[in-house]
Design a protein around this ligand. Structure first.
Ligand code: URA
Length: 229
């Protein structure tokens, strides 16, 4: 929507009155005085009239190093949630872009921008997710071919997208999947009756977990990182 249209609706006045308002330098868009109404705005544009905020929340994007034992939800009656790791003042309207299990660690993306988080999580987008996996039993050489071909999940009645496995040690591997089904990695190893005993997400798309972040720490994404999705 154009700024002048928003102002006409918001002030319930005419286009002429809005043009006057703009010319009198009474309107700020994202902190800057604007005298013309041609700019396009969206729900995150901050609009002030005479210093009063009439619409305005900045889009915010964070990466979090999720620790074990913290639930990927915005509210939970039993466990601490990932949002509890943020100060109260920042929590408003934040939500998570893709879940991790209670005992999974690693990269989580948190935002107040629903369109952005949908791009991360929609299965059709096939955003790759890279996991480090520790298993109870040795990982067989045959796993890679099976994961590449896909595994049938009866509950959802689907076959998983081709996934790439790199065996790093007898019981340790890196797995790249391109969707995010419920307990997907555990169920894929479950096909071989091999229990996952450690799971850590290293990367989502091109975005890697920042090595400087300790478990439980977060940081804002840069504009270039946000633009990856
Ligand atoms: N797959 C799982 O099984 N658990 C996770 O937390 C993420 C992917």
């Amino acid at each position: 929507m154009r700024l002048d249209r928003f102002l006409t609706k918001h002030t319930r006045t005419s286009g002429k009155a809005v043009r006057q308002l703009l010319l009198e330098k009474r309107v700020r868009l994202n902190g800057k005085v604007v005298t013309q109404g041609v700019d396009r705005i969206n729900e995150f544009s901050r609009i002030e009239i005479d210093g009063e905020i009439v619409q305005g929340e900045q889009a915010r994007y964070y990466m979090l190093h999720k620790p074990k034992g913290v639930v990927s939800a915005t509210e939970d009656t039993q466990h601490r949630t990932v949002l509890d790791l943020f100060p109260q003042a920042l929590r408003t309207n934040l939500h998570i872009g893709g879940r991790l299990d209670l005992n999974t660690t690693g990269l989580m993306l948190i935002t107040n921008d629903g369109r952005w988080s949908r791009r991360l999580t929609q299965p059709e987008k096939k955003v790759p997710k890279v996991y480090l996996v520790e298993t109870e039993d040795p990982i067989g050489a045959e796993y890679a071919g099976v994961f590449q071909r896909g595994i049938y999940f009866a509950y959802e009645d689907l076959t998983t997208q081709p996934a790439q496995l790199e065996i790093l040690a007898e019981r340790r591997a890196r797995l790249t999947i391109h969707e995010g089904r419920y307990h997907q990695v555990k169920r894929m190893f479950g096909y071989f009756n091999n229990k996952v005993i450690g799971l850590h997400r290293e990367q989502v798309g091109e975005l890697r977990l920042d090595a400087a972040l300790a478990e439980g720490e977060y940081r804002a994404l840069s504009a270039a990182e946000v633009a990856l999705f």
